[in-house]
Write a protein that binds this ligand. Structure first.
Ligand code: ATP
Ligand code: MG
Length: 452
């Protein structure tokens, strides 16, 4: 391997003990993918025909990028001694090492790997996975002889649909290059950052220009890609309008009688179910904060969501959800009534009728959130978020007690194909419930004095 030249990130990456799992989380172009290829090569050099490496990408298009990297690298090191089977995406190195380039997008794809063993698992572009569940499943495929350390190395850029779970799991733990125990895998990991700036193998000025022209309307994403900072990109989608210092308010003790209130509900069973109590200010100070007339406060939240996966529900039925909503409403001394997503009003095809009817039987009354297209809804919500803190314009305020809201909204990504929309593969259920609730204002706008 002496012909190989590495950048300083890759040198550090290779110097981490093999017992450590690694999260290579950096800006674009720092040399992560190339670094993964070098790790695969070294693993095969060390363990010969016992080395079984699996490199995973979400799409076949992504795999083709890595094919090029490996062709260049293995060609340089082994000449024609390394053989690639392009149909099966398998490298066989002269030392007997086996490297498979695999695609994994759905649970259906997982069947390809079930029951098979690997000694090194490389997951590239993990930020494209909105949830970690599939990747977590893959860990069960790691098995080897006693003297071969099994290892997972994950690479990702900030700003993708998986930003939130990755940042939480790997970045906001210990500092860069410092080992920490990661709760889900119960393994010791290190976070290995990199940026294009430290990669002498590219024309850095040109690369920067390329990135700038790739995100002309998204300065947050550009910054994340340039600096590899997992905090700057606190949710590209709401980044420009959501600000804890303006939008977050301390939990209330009660809802004043002069305020209007309603529930905003996004139904889910396998997916999270989220309900907000929304209250609207008549132009009033409450518990130390002045809320201009028409301002909306998310007073309380009921989120049926699994702790380990922000995009999975608790499998509650409508009846169970209704009971929990009733309980929340009785704590606030309000009636359980409000708006819900249109899907709640579709006949489910069973004798029980629609979900809304099931709720009504339990004393929780919903009307449909008026249809506005998603983009209009998001624009309205973003406007209200941005207007919080102004003295003469209604804004949107959220109690700090709404933990699912604060745990998801800041990290939601933009839809890369439709930049004015939210990427709906992320945990967008709090955002959706909030949007439905605000649609009630649009519906009644003609009868209310404030402009929206
Ligand atoms: N050690 C190296 N020797 C030669 N070229 C390298 C080396 N490391 C990286 N490069 C080149 O630098 C470029 C960027 O590297 P790479 O694709 O690995 O970065 P990345 O961090 O995976 O980028 P992205 O974030 O876009 O996925 C590639 O063209 C790659 O071939
Ligand atoms: Mg890469």
């Amino acid at each position: 391997m002496n012909q190989l030249e590495l950048n300083s990130f890759q040198e550090k990456l290779l110097s981490l003990p093999e017992e450590l799992d690694v999260f290579a989380g950096g800006g674009r172009g720092g040399g992560k993918s190339y670094g993964l290829a070098v790790l695969a090569l070294r693993h095969c050099e060390q363990y010969g025909d016992r080395a079984r490496v699996l490199y995973l990408r979400k799409t076949y298009a992504g795999l083709r990028d890595f094919e090029l990297v490996t062709r260049e690298l293995f060609g340089m090191v082994y000449g024609t001694g390394a053989r690639y089977n392009g149909t099966e995406h398998i490298w066989k190195l002269p030392n007997g090492g086996y490297i498979e380039l695999g695609q994994l997008e759905t649970h259906g794809d997982y069947a390809k790997y079930q029951g098979r063993s690997f000694t090194l698992l490389l997951i590239d572009e993990a930020g494209q996975y909105a949830q970690p569940d599939l990747l977590d499943l893959m860990r069960s495929n790691l098995r080897g002889a006693k003297d071969i350390p099994i290892r997972v190395v994950v690479a990702a850029n900030p700003g993708g649909p998986g930003h939130h779970w990755i940042a939480k799991r790997y970045v906001f733990q210990a500092g860069p290059w410092k080992p920490f125990v990661e709760k889900n895998s119960k393994r010791t990991w290190a976070y290995a950052p990199s940026t294009y700036d430290g990669n002498q193998f590219i024309d850095r000025d040109q690369y920067r220009e390329q990135l700038e022209s790739a995100c002309p309307t998204d300065p947050e994403l550009l910054r994340a890609w340039l600096t590899g900072d997992w905090a700057v990109n606190r949710g590209a989608y709401f980044a420009a309008c959501l600000d804890e210092s303006r939008n977050a308010v301390d939990p209330w003790t009660h809802i004043p009688e002069t305020w209007d209130y309603w529930l905003a509900h996004d139904f889910g069973s396998a997916a999270p179910s989220v309900t907000y109590i929304m209250a609207q200010s008549p132009g009033d100070e409450h518990e130390g904060v002045f809320y201009p007339r028409g301002s909306v406060v998310l007073v309380d939240e009921l989120a049926a969501v699994r702790r380990d996966n922000l995009n999975k529900g608790l499998d509650w039925t409508a009846a169970t959800t209704a009971e929990a909503i009733t309980e929340m409403c009785s704590r606030w001394h309000i009636k359980p009534r409000g708006v819900a997503d249109d899907a709640c009003f579709a006949k489910s095809g069973y004798s029980s009728g629609s979900i809304a009817e099931e709720f009504a039987r339990k004393g929780v009354y919903f009307t449909p959130a008026k249809k506005a297209d998603r983009i209009t809804g998001w624009q309205f919500m973003r406007r209200m978020l941005a207007d919080a803190g102004k003295l003469d314009t209604p804004g949107l305020y959220i109690s700090r007690g709404c933990t699912y809201f604060w745990g998801t909204l800041p990290y939601l990504a933009r839809d890369v194909k439709r930049v004015e929309d939210l990427d709906s593969s992320g945990p967008d259920h709090a955002a959706d419930a909030c949007r439905y609730g605000l649609m009630r204002l649009r519906r009644t706008a003609s009868t209310t004095p404030f402009r929206i």
